[in-house]
Design a protein around this ligand. Structure first.
Ligand code: 5AD
Ligand code: SF4
Length: 476
């Protein structure tokens, strides 16, 4: 009988992709997925260290496994990803029944490590070198990940996939653990990326999202030739079967004109630009060591407006960063009013051990103040999103249909007619009534209602999108 694997993933899209790779490699070793830890031969948590809250969730999930491990000592429990890299052996102090600790750069060793843990009944630790404990080359190599093994069943949907083009980060924002956990920035070879896009297209994938911590800083030098993100977009756009290309997350100073022009010129390329500002105050940006001023961000927004007027720009913000005053926060509110982002991801500052901020700048904004600022900024952003979404009413948008809507999933499907959800080219969520045969196709939808996060619409029957894939509702 096949061995059973239970895997839980928290954190960013990189982690979702990493879990896909882990599942793919374990399938090759005879594992199949199970939805319940109690049946599993291996239980894996792919973890995130960006905020304390994400770590707490994993420790509490691990806590629930203590009993199970006592009853079934053969079951291998593993902590993977950023927390594994950051805390390493410290994880055993809080959860002594954990068998494996595997950093993001060592995930390809998992089948071997699970076998060894089971056979030898010993703890297995595989992590990358710290950023100061080796030659630059050795550190870089120790963080390299594996990508070619893909597993369609682990994707958000079978026709959407992440594609890593870059690992690591060299920006060293003072609040952020990523440069420590994911190591130095490295671009993957363009040939490998395009080959993987072809594999994905052959597997039925229609939309790829290129991933990097600062995806637009992507560079790959081969002899005389330097490949930039704009060049890569052009190459991936030539892959037959891939109809949409997105890329996240961008760094403001690397939002160059060649990239904006490529997005404008390539119809497959989404003009959704996620470019985190983080704060609207120069004093805070300086303490964060973000490397730009609000005026520079402003200049970038001007260029986006000129070259890509249809772009949808999204941002991230950290509220309550060390020393953030009411005036600083008001400047962030002002920036959100000025730029009218499509959406913003808002986080309360969470001090992370090992970062420059944790070592040098006191985390002095009280939790209640962080909470209030979070609430106020979110309310402002939601009001803006809702207002801006009204202009879609009466408009026709092209939607890649992802599957049953949340409401339809909760109700449980009965028959082929159901409420569906999908996204526009600019990443806007659209909900409409449809037929399960429409899932995975591009459909024209006319919008009749909109709130901050969702557009509601009706499929235009009898019309076909560019892929010829629209299935009129009247079909059986
Ligand atoms: N505390 C709160 N938010 C953080 N982020 C990164 N590090 C921290 C931290 N220590 C946020 C940033 C980043 C997003 C992925 O997470 O806004 O863009
Ligand atoms: Fe973290 Fe800054 Fe790198 Fe983003 S750019 S991953 S926030 S260090």
């Amino acid at each position: 009988m096949g061995k059973k694997l239970y895997i839980e993933t928290v954190g960013c899209q990189m982690n979702v992709l990493d879990s896909e790779m882990v599942v793919a490699s374990l399938r090759h070793h005879g594992y199949e997925l199970t939805g319940a830890p109690r049946w599993a031969d291996a239980i894996l948590f792919n973890t995130c260290s960006v905020r304390q809250h994400a770590e707490d969730k994993v420790y509490s999930a691990l806590g629930t496994l203590k009993q199970l491990k006592r009853q079934r000592p053969d079951c291998v429990i593993g902590v993977l990803g950023c927390m594994a890299q950051k805390d390493q052996r410290k994880i055993f102090e809080r959860a002594p029944y954990v068998d494996l600790v595997v950093g993001p750069g060592q995930l390809h060793q998992i089948p071997k490590l699970i076998e060894r843990a089971r056979r030898e009944r010993t703890r297995q630790v595989a992590v990358s070198l710290d950023r100061t404990s080796g030659s630059a080359d050795a550190i870089r190599r120790s963080h390299e990940t594996f990508d070619p093994l893909r597993d369609p069943s682990m994707r958000p949907t079978p026709f959407q996939a992440y594609l890593r083009i870059q690992i690591g980060c060299d920006k060293f924002c003072t609040y952020c653990v990523v440069p420590n956990t994911r190591g130095p920035e490295q671009g993957r070879a363009p040939g490998e990326i395009v080959a993987e896009a072809r594999v994905l297209a052959d597997q039925g994938c229609r939309e790829v999202t290129l991933l990097g911590q600062t995806v637009n800083s992507y560079r790959y030098v081969e002899g005389e030739k330097t490949t930039r993100l704009s060049d890569l977009l052009e190459s991936v756009a030539q892959v037959d079967g891939i109809e949409r290309i997105k890329f996240v997350t961008n760094y403001p100073l690397d939002m160059t004109d060649d990239l904006l022009d490529a997005v404008r010129e390539l119809p497959k390329c989404s003009p959704y630009l996620h470019v985190p500002l983080q704060s609207g105050s120069d004093a805070v940006l300086r303490r964060m060591k973000r490397g730009y001023t609000v005026a520079q961000y402003d200049e970038m927004m001007q260029r986006i407006g000129e070259r890509l007027p249809q772009a949808a720009v999204a941002s991230d913000f950290i509220v309550g960063f060390c020393g953030e005053t009411e005036e600083d926060f008001e400047q962030t509110m002002e920036a959100v009013r000025r730029y009218r982002f499509k959406n913003s991801f808002i986080f309360k500052y969470s001090e992370r051990p090992g970062t420059k901020a944790a070592a040098r700048i006191p985390d002095d904004v009280p939790y209640e103040v962080k909470q209030r600022r979070n609430r106020e900024l979110l309310a402002l952003q939601n009001a803006i999103s809702e207002e801006d979404n009204q202009r879609f009413i009466g408009e026709k948008v092209e939607v890649l249909v992802e599957g049953p809507s949340k409401a339809a999933r909760q109700k449980g499907a009965s028959g082929p007619q159901m409420q569906l959800t999908g996204r526009t080219l600019c990443d806007r969520i659209v909900v409409f009534d449809g037929n399960e045969r429409q899932i995975g196709h591009f459909l024209p939808v006319v919008i009749y209602e909109a709130n901050a996060h969702t557009l509601f619409g009706e499929v235009v029957t009898g019309e076909y999108c560019h892929d010829g894939g629209a299935v009129p509702l009247s079909l059986p």
